[in-house]
Design a protein around this ligand. Structure first.
Ligand code: UTP
Length: 407
């Protein structure tokens, strides 16, 4: 092995990789050297020095619009939102770089067919929903799709084969997110094949920097895009670039907005939008004390009641302002398939190591404010996360049918 790479492995306690390296032919050795030379060692430093970030003072949100408020100002919001869309000021940002491990995906989650009597792909649901707005506005919405090395080509091929489900190809932009190494509990880098280090997409928090690095942020701005609506791949009911949401955020004067649903009960396990030291922030359910979970405001409503559904609107100039601020790194325990030194692949049934992720929800805290925009869960929230049970294909199908979608 090259001397400089050997020294790096030694310095970072990764000499176990030599056992794998020594079994490879010359081409395999060269490929593995290439990968070792590209490792971002900052990830390993993060895990060594990691301490849980301290929370500031949590208080209830002040900028909210409930479904009742929305009904009252519906016409105004719709007009404002449609005008922004027609003027080309709003872009869609699909975060589709995840691995869908809970669902057991081998490729992109969007290609999963959830139809019963005819094919209905997850991507198809998202494009259909966006096309409704395109028709209402009479204008195409630039639609960006973040993929990762693990699913980029398959995503592009699938969408091309399906003619983008009727969307105008000229308005679709693909870009890739960054990858991060995977490690075991002893902080040793894992291998996922001969000469192949185990790597994984580095979370959905880096989307704007990857978008910018691909030259697309500049392009979007040159086209006049002022707002980006970011959303997850797996919520098949969500409204994308919803004119009412866009209009409400613009009317509020806020620099960002988040679609939220009222929690089903005070202890429901969802992240809640609130204020932390006066700035918007998402607090995980386990960080809320009972006292906070049951606290009520002067209207008699729960104070911490708005759960996020990963559908955010950000003002692009604010994204630029925070572009160079680093997001907190989350070190997440996951089931990571790996190859042992004898070449046998293992698919663990329980978590066996760590992945590194930055999260879009941490971007919300970097915004000066964020409008919580309430939507009705049964109409807009049908995520497909798990193979069965809660937030699964079955639960999403039931919700789609309830909303009149033929499966
Ligand atoms: P999830 O947190 O549900 O992760 O992502 P996931 O990777 O899809 O699924 P699991 O945890 O492996 O089962 C929420 C959204 O963020 C995207 C996903 O594609 C999904 O739309 N995402 C997640 C990325 O774009 N990149 C990532 O690195 C992680």
């Amino acid at each position: 092995m090259r001397q400089d790479l050997f020294a790096l492995l030694q310095q970072h306690g990764q000499l176990h990789l030599l056992d794998y390296y020594n079994k490879l032919d010359d081409a395999g050795k060269a490929a593995m050297e290439d990968q070792i030379s590209m490792i971002d060692w900052n990830y390993l430093r993060t895990v060594e020095n990691h301490t849980a970030p301290e929370r500031g003072v949590i208080t209830p949100l002040t900028e909210t619009v409930s479904t009742a408020d929305i009904r009252e100002r519906e016409v105004e919001y719709r007009e404002k939102g449609l005008a922004a869309i027609r003027a080309g000021k709003v872009g869609a940002m699909l975060l589709a770089g995840g691995m869908g491990t809970r669902l057991g995906c081998s490729g992109p989650k969007g290609v999963v067919d959830i139809g019963l009597t005819h094919p209905l792909f997850i991507f198809e649901c998202l494009f259909r929903n966006t096309l409704e707005v395109v028709r209402e506005a009479g204008a195409w919405i630039p639609f960006s799709i973040m993929t990762s090395d693990k699913n980029h080509q398959e995503t592009i091929t699938f969408l091309k084969e399906h003619n983008y489900f009727g969307y105008n190809e000229e308005y679709i932009y693909f870009f890739r997110q960054d990858m991060a190494p995977c490690i075991d509990y002893e902080h040793r880098l894992l291998m996922e094949g001969p000469g192949q280090l185990a790597i994984s997409p580095n979370g959905n928090g880096g989307w704007y920097s990857s978008f910018a690095r691909a030259g697309l942020a500049e392009k979007a701005k040159a086209m006049g895009v002022e707002w980006l609506n970011c959303f997850a791949v797996d919520n098949v009911l969500q409204r994308i670039c919803d004119p009412l949401f866009v209009g409400a955020v613009i009317c509020s004067g806020c620099v960002s907005g988040s679609k939220v649903v009222r929690k089903a009960d005070p202890k429901e396990k969802v992240g809640v939008l609130c204020l932390e030291d006066g700035r918007p922030s998402i607090v995980e359910y386990y960080e809320l004390t009972d006292e906070m979970a049951y606290a009520k405001n002067e209207k008699g409503e729960y104070s911490y009641t708005f759960g996020v559904i990963l559908n955010y609107l950000f003002r692009v100039d604010k994204l630029d302002e925070i572009a160079n601020t680093s997001l907190p790194m989350h070190i997440v325990e996951k089931k990571i398939p790996y190859m042992d030194v004898d070449g046998t692949m293992h698919h663990p049934a329980a978590p066996n190591g760590y992945k590194f992720e930055t999260l879009i929800l941490d971007m919300v805290h970097m915004m000066d404010n964020c409008l919580a925009y309430e939507v009705i869960r049964e109409h807009e929230f049908a995520p497909i996360k798990n193979a069965t049970g809660v937030d699964s294909m079955e639960s999403a199908r039931a919700l789609l049918e309830k909303n009149g979608i033929r499966l």
